[in-house]
Design a protein around this ligand. Structure first.
Ligand code: FES
Ligand code: FES
Length: 187
């Protein structure tokens, strides 16, 4: 990772790092103090407040984002560590800003349909953990789903609707991709 140091402020308390990374498909550059976490960068500097701040010690999962394909707690990642990498947040899940209900990601639709959202505080982190799982394993078992969201705490739902929503989304994604392959063969 080639983090560039701001030469004017490399020494002393005002030292800063300039990082460049891909955020939800677009190149993003930011200059931050080295102690800035990815969570702080996203919420406080880039105004992407979909990623929630719960414990800030890696225990609640509310701040989960996808970093180069892996679900990570963004409160435990320094902004400087994402230089050159790909970050996806819940704002990038639907693939476009301000999506309509129809344009939501199948995971988001399934969470709504299955009443897997109550207060909603855990939801962005749950969605990102689930997305990382389904990207790697399109047909997860119930146990694999439970394991994938084991770092995400929910105080409201009892987890069952969340697990069922992820199962439903997996089926829908697989159905869509089968239709897509069929259409391509027919074309
Ligand atoms: S805020 Fe990061 S795990 Fe709780
Ligand atoms: S819906 Fe409230 S914490 Fe999960």
């Amino acid at each position: 990772m080639a983090v560039r140091h701001d030469e004017a402020t490399e020494q002393g308390p005002g030292r800063k790092l300039t990082i460049r990374f891909t955020l939800n498909g677009s190149i993003c550059e930011a200059t931050v103090p080295p102690e800035t976490t990815l969570l702080q960068l996203l919420r406080d500097r880039l105004n992407l407040t979909g990623t929630k701040c719960g414990c800030e010690i890696g225990e609640c999962g509310a701040c989960t984002v996808i970093l180069d394909g892996r679900a990570v707690a963004s409160c435990l990642v320094l902004a400087g560590q994402v230089d050159g990498l790909h970050v996806q947040t819940v704002e990038g899940l639907a693939g476009k800003p301000a999506p309509t209900a129809e344009e939501l990601h199948p995971l988001q639709k399934a969470f709504l349909d299955r009443d897997a959202v109550a207060c909603g505080f855990c939801t962005p982190g749950m969605l990102m953990s689930a997305k990382a799982l389904l990207d790697e394993n399109p047909e997860p078992s119930r146990d694999e789903i439970r394991r994938a969201i084991s770092g995400n705490l929910c105080r409201c739902t009892g987890y069952i609707p969340i697990v069922e929503a992820i199962e439903r989304a997996a089926s829908e994604i697989n159905r869509q991709s089968a239709c897509h392959e069929h259409d391509e063969r027919e074309a």
